[in-house]
Design a protein around this ligand. Sequence first.
Ligand SMILES: NC(=O)c1ccc[n+]([C@@H]2O[C@H](COP(=O)([O-])OP(=O)(O)OC[C@H]3O[C@@H](n4cnc5c(N)ncnc54)[C@H](OP(=O)(O)O)[C@@H]3O)[C@@H](O)[C@H]2O)c1
Length: 287
Amino acid sequence: MKKLLLHLDTDPIPSAFDQAVAYDSNVDNVIAYGGITRDNVTPHVHGMIFTRGGKNLKNSAIFIGGSNVPASEMVGNAVKKAFFGPVKVSVMLDPNGSNTTAAAIARKVMSDYDITGKKVVIIGSGPVGQRSALFLLKEGAAEVVITSRDITRSKAIVHQMKEAYGIDVTPGQARSDESVAALLKDAHVAIAAGPAGVCVIPDIAWKNSDSLEVIADVNAVPPQGVEGLEVMDNGTEKQGIRFYGAIAIGNFKMKVHRGAIESLYESNDQFLDETTIYDIACKVDKQ
Ligand SMILES: NC(=O)c1ccc[n+]([C@@H]2O[C@H](COP(=O)([O-])OP(=O)(O)OC[C@H]3O[C@@H](n4cnc5c(N)ncnc54)[C@H](OP(=O)(O)O)[C@@H]3O)[C@@H](O)[C@H]2O)c1
């Protein structure tokens, strides 16, 4: 029986990237719709759950994407509500690649590196920064700071994370090169999770820190998010610090994304979100 993937995107045009990864993960056919909201998703879900019965249901699955992460999460909740008891299919939620990317950052940072008791500073508090904070705290980091240019925004995000995950993240403000240098002064790990094409960690910030051991950057668009880091760096040592660039992290992210899609077809009852996608990243890391 053919493996079908219903691709539901909250953006008007469904992501070509996510569809390409689906085909590279042995999906036979992708059925893609854009403009999906929690209010219009139910008939699409019914189209998947009422066409194949019993054990054949595991050959159908749903992927939820889109650049608006909260909107995609609401679609995820609506998809769950549209299921009837065992009449369901497996679902993967990876809006804007946030879950797979953050899982890849965390695993790369922890390549032959014990995060226990370390201080992590993440410049940028979008979905990727937030999920990276979650994974690293759960793995034993002593403190994780996430920053905004506006401290009221980072405080609000930290509050939301406490409510969603029960974790204590420290809010920070990164308004200038000097403020980033001050944040990194006693940090062990620095992660650039700012927007594409913006350098958020100048070299004076990391060169002035005596404590930094690992620096990672997910921005693949020049200039890099970290001055002095190369996009291909993959544990490259510079001045005693290990650097991971966006290509090294992106290559691992692709393996996690493909692994997650493939695992959807193992049963019809999985919901792959940030937590379960991180578990898949750990398995991929061990292979
Ligand atoms: N390689 C991959 O496969 C992959 C996949 C997904 C994402 N990414 C990359 O991951 C990064 C983060 O993604 P995201 O979705 O979390 O991003 P996002 O939602 O756009 O968040 C970016 C963060 O950067 C801050 N920011 C915005 N403009 C800034 C500026 N000019 N200077 C300093 N900070 C600024 C924002 O905070 P304030 O506005 O509050 O200051 C926000 O916290 C992006 O570079 C994206 O390209 C890579």
